[in-house]
Ligand binder design. Sequence first.
Ligand code: SF4
Ligand code: F3S
Length: 103
Amino acid sequence: GIDPNFEESREKVGEENGLDVWGPVDEPEQLGIHGSHVAVDYDICVADGACLENCPVDVFDWVDTPGHPASETKVEPTREDQCIDCMLCVDICPVDAIDVDAS
Ligand code: SF4
Ligand code: F3S
């Protein structure tokens, strides 16, 4: 699953859709982690969709990631600033791709 210490173990390599991106990134096969308060490891996400469908405050949007080996869409935590730290997405993701920093 996602490394909960990614902000220490990885480097911020840029921004996309207003969110921090944490490397390494080597498109299209390696996409890194997107977001900070709500963080999605794009290299783990398999586009299950349970996070997006069940988030009570609609934090996530689908984005296309053609050529990624795990799935060709991912969820972007576009509205991570709206997150209420319910932890539903963290608990429901079948591949443990999401970290929410509720501290
Ligand atoms: Fe949405 Fe809850 Fe996940 Fe925050 S912790 S992104 S509010 S499901
Ligand atoms: Fe991806 Fe997990 Fe959501 S696989 S779409 S982060 S439920």
